[in-house]
Design a protein around this ligand. Structure first.
Ligand code: C2O
Ligand code: CU
Length: 572
């Protein structure tokens, strides 16, 4: 009897040990998710019209990925469409693996019709909501989806577990064919045609013709809390977003937790994600959630429509709803409202989610970001004053090469890029003056990279200018997250402004909105070797040349080296 009891406890103990081993191993290495993404043109109806758009697996928005931190994903892409394509995993660090980052002609050549390419992604530091999108031309307008990164098994959200979670993907819709629109803009040099609608989870919503029926509806139960994972996948506009009669509590942005921030509305730039908690604490009824543009550039056109979705309480009297309550959104041009929200963002900076802001800076960069104009030779262009739009960083308008920069760097192919991207603008001037001389309008051109030493501590000031018109520019950096340690309106003051930096709990982001006619200061450690794009996430600006590239050198140890290129890298 004694012996038997001993044996059973021994067996139970052994079993428990084995189970915990399996758990530990799984925890350490994570799971690997396999997905097939078929890119194709597929028919869609929105706004009383029929058209074909580029999609992944026929879906708009595309499929969402659900992973845990520490997992890997292997995405086999097959391009069945006529257009070239690449995919980017926005907000994923891609540690040592720029080969799978995706920007066309930066880290790879495009996947051509009938060709395959497999992306290998590892979710290392980001936790929360990130996303994926096409990174060639305007294809990302319709080719995008959410990536939900849950905490590692055995770890938890730093807030009470929500009853349910919903991705809220904000998009932009044109009735016309996108290739036609960009082709036309290319010829005329003018602003591309404005969109016809914004969308929430693929639907323009209640206020647009033929869209009432399709309006996205989120069902909630009184007394429960919901997590909305909001992604701005819009092509050309920042957005204000709000929910009637409900406050939101922001808990994360760009795949990093924030201190809880309670607000009536958010301002979200293209590229950003925001995780908000919503308490269903109102009388059972229907409420609109709505988004419309925050557009600050003087004289620039914008799509002034409003997209809506419906929050429906279970047990509401009417279905379909009669007249849901409408939220109040700030006026379109209200920069004050935009910064009143963004200035409150703080990192969670807790024991479980510590931050690591570089304190001793060895590399100081100052980049101006401008919208420019070029003279037209023969016929007048359709931009302001008969000129053609352009855009620049440190007065250099980026010229896209025909071989990707990463390959050129790795295989030492000469003549593809130059290494002399300037650390500061060629001449300093009053960047945010009301009137600037006309000759300031014209940029220079080049395919230049900024070389960063491995592990250098970088401070980058992004200075908006009023060269043509000032605007909020959502600047995104690939391969990195960064801390937004300071911001302000007007010109950055190198003597005074650093005194007000937040080095305690600055928000950690991968896209930051540089305020209209203002600046932001960001810091990061260059510990991810490779070739990494930085650009404005407003597609118009990016297309006009608002791009820069960091080439981060490899370190000596093996963990400071890039992976070797994959065998199936598309040909150039
Ligand atoms: Cu979300 Cu370079 O992109
Ligand atoms: Cu911009």
């Amino acid at each position: 009897m004694e012996k038997m009891r001993f044996r059973t406890t021994a067996i139970v103990k052994l079993l428990a040990f084995l189970v915990s081993c399996v758990f530990l191993v799984q925890n350490a290495t994570g799971k690997t998710h396999h997905h097939k993404f078929v890119v194709n043109s597929s028919p869609q109806t929105r706004l009383c019209s029929n058209k074909h758009i580029l999609t992944v697996n026929g879906q708009f928005p595309g499929p969402n990925l659900y992973v845990h931190r520490g997992d890997k994903a292997i995405i086999e892409v097959y391009n069945k469409a006529k257009d070239n394509i690449t995919l980017h995993w926005h907000g994923v660090r891609q540690l040592k693996n720029p080969w799978s980052d995706g920007p066309e002609y930066i880290t790879q050549c495009p996947i051509r019709t009938g060709k395959n390419f497999t992306y290998r992604i590892e979710f290392t530091t980001e936790e929360g909501t990130v996303w994926w999108h096409a990174h060639s031309g305007w294809a990302r307008a319709t080719v995008h989806g959410a990536i939900i990164v849950y905490p590692k098994p055995g770890t938890y959200y730093p807030f009470p577990k929500p009853h349910e979670e919903n991705p809220i993907i904000l998009g932009e819709w044109w009735k016309q064919d996108l290739n036609k629109i960009t082709g036309e803009a290319n010829i005329t040099g003018g602003e591309p045609r404005l969109s016809d609608a914004y969308t929430i989870n693929g639907q323009p919503g209640y206020l647009y013709p033929c869209s009432k029926q399709g309006t996205f509806t989120m069902m909630v139960e009184y007394g429960k809390t919901y997590l909305l994972r909001i992604i701005n996948a819009v092509v050309n506009e920042e957005l204000f977003f709000s929910i009637a009669k409900h406050r939101m509590t922001l808990v994360g942005t760009d795949g990093f937790y924030t201190k809880p921030l309670t607000t009536d509305y958010i301002m979200i730039t293209p590229g950003q994600t925001m995780d908000v908690l919503l308490e269903a604490d109102q009388p059972a009824s229907h409420y609109f959630m709505a988004a419309r543009s925050y557009s600050s550039a003087f004289g620039a056109g914008f799509d002034n429509t409003t997209t809506t979705a419906i929050l429906e309480y279970r047990g509401s009297r009417y279905h379909p709803p009669t007249s849901p309550q409408f939220p109040s959104l700030p006026p379109h041009n209200q920069t004050q409202a935009a910064t009143n929200f963004t200035k409150r963002l703080r990192s969670l900076a807790s024991k479980d989610h510590p931050i690591d802001v570089p304190k001793d800076i060895d590399t100081r960069l100052f980049y101006t970001i401008s919208v420019n104009l070029l003279n037209c030779t023969n016929t007048p262009c359709k931009g302001p004053y008969g000129k053609r739009f352009s855009a620049s960083v440190n007065n250099i308008s980026f010229v896209t090469p025909s071989i990707d920069l990463l390959r050129a760097y790795y295989y030492r192919i000469h003549g593809v890029f130059e290494e002399d991207f300037p650390s500061k603008p060629p001449k300093s001037f009053n960047y945010t003056a009301d009137h600037l001389p006309e000759n300031f309008l014209t940029p220079a051109f080049g395919t230049k990279v900024k070389i960063l030493e491995y592990n250098s501590s970088v401070e980058l000031i992004l200075q908006g200018t009023n060269v043509l018109a000032s605007d909020n520019h959502p600047i995104h950096i690939h391969g990195y997250s960064f801390y937004v340690v300071g911001w302000g309106f007007g010109n950055f003051n190198p003597r005074m402004d650093p005194l007000r930096y937040n080095l305690i709990d600055p928000p950690e982001e991968t896209t930051v909105g540089v305020p209209q006619n203002g600046w932001v200061a960001i810091r990061f450690r260059a510990d991810n070797p490779g070739v990494w794009l930085m650009h404005c996430h407003i597609e118009n600006h990016q297309m006009w040349g608002m791009n820069a590239v960091f080439l981060v050198k490899e370190g000596r140890r093996s963990q400071a080296r890039m992976f070797p290129p994959p065998d199936d890298l598309p040909d150039c």
